[in-house]
Design a protein around this ligand. Structure first.
Ligand code: CA
Length: 227
């Protein structure tokens, strides 16, 4: 799951980012409405967390602007103004949920998962399917016919991204941003090494070359691996 935080209190933003990353999410952090709005329109986030009082604008206005600009990522409003009118304003503007400060991280994780499920993510037992390959979010497993394989959070995140774009070549930049974050400094070969080891691991299922290299472009699921 890829999450964008828009929160100007840096220590809070960073603490939230760390906690979400520890839960296997990939997090981008921004500190202003301008930066956050730009990131939300540029990348496909599974959820956007928006503070209300931002230095250059109001988070609720930002959500409403994002909605009119075509951003469909679910949004959760974070605010100290834990009052009913504020909550209604947020939901009217297109927010999907609301969380009062101080923020309880385990509650936030639960709300995030609930919002993503409600807005089109998978429900518990359903899988993303690609031919006879099935990817289960709850158990973070990949299955082929009657064999299953457990994936790490990052491996799952990569497979999920590929499964959600089954007939599309995902560029190296898209994959690096998805796995390590937009501003991540990663070695040139980090992605290739990562894919190399994941391919080897997935081969244990008895299916070859699930991830196909498109030279000079990126990676995609291999149609011949569907079984
Ligand atoms: Ca603030």
């Amino acid at each position: 799951m890829r999450v964008l935080i828009i929160e100007d209190e840096k220590p809070l933003a960073e603490a939230l980012a760390q906690a979400l990353e520890a839960n296997g999410m990939v997090v981008d952090t921004t500190y202003t409405a301008l930066e956050g709005g730009d990131a939300a329109l540029t990348n496909a986030y599974d959820c956007v967390l928006v503070d209300v009082m931002l230095p250059d604008g109001n988070g609720i206005d930002l959500i409403s602007w994002l909605r009119t600009s075509g951003c469909t990522s679910p949004a959760i409003v974070l605010t100290a103004q834990n009052e009913v009118p504020q909550r209604i304003a947020g939901l009217n503007a297109g927010a999907d949920d609301y969380l009062g400060k101080p923020i309880d991280v385990s509650e936030l994780v639960a709300r995030l998962q609930a919002v993503v499920r409600r807005t089109g993510g998978q429900t518990g037992s359903t899988a993303l399917e690609y031919g006879q390959l099935k990817l289960y979010e709850n158990s973070r497993t990949l299955a082929f016919r009657d064999h299953t394989l457990e994936l790490s959070a990052k491996e799952f995140s990569l497979m999920e991204f590929l499964f959600r774009h089954p007939n599309q070549v995902l560029s190296r930049d898209q994959l690096i941003a998805h796995l390590w974050g937009v501003d991540a400094l990663v070695a040139d070969n980090a992605l290739d090494n990562y894919v190399y080891f994941l391919r080897k691991k997935v081969a244990k299922l008895g299916v070859r070359d699930v991830i196909r290299t498109i030279r000079g472009q990126g990676y995609m699921l291999n149609p011949t691996a569907r079984g």
